[in-house]
Design a protein around this ligand. Structure first.
Ligand SMILES: [Zn+2]
Length: 76
């Protein structure tokens, strides 16, 4: 009788560990992936006019150069 109680206890512990471990292993690669995507999105470029650094997504491209704003693109 004691053996059956121990078996049930062990099965419950294994199930509890699996439930806790699953979200951790599932979220870790996603966090790494989103961090890599953010680092790609946050690629910094320098303004050709004032040399300020800004994210590439916010940069203004004009004549092969990168500018921080349309005003600096017009200034060149
Ligand atoms: Zn600028």
């Amino acid at each position: 009788m004691k053996l059956v109680v121990w078996l049930i206890f062990i099965v419950l512990v294994v199930l509890a560990i699996r439930k806790k471990a699953k979200p951790l292993t599932a979220s870790t690669p996603d966090e790494v992936r989103t961090a890599q995507q953010e680092s790609v999105a946050e690629n910094m470029v320098s303004c050709a006019h004032c040399h300020i650094y800004l994210p590439a997504s916010e940069a203004v491209h004009c004549g092969g150069n990168v500018y921080c704003s349309a005003a600096h693109a017009d200034a060149h």
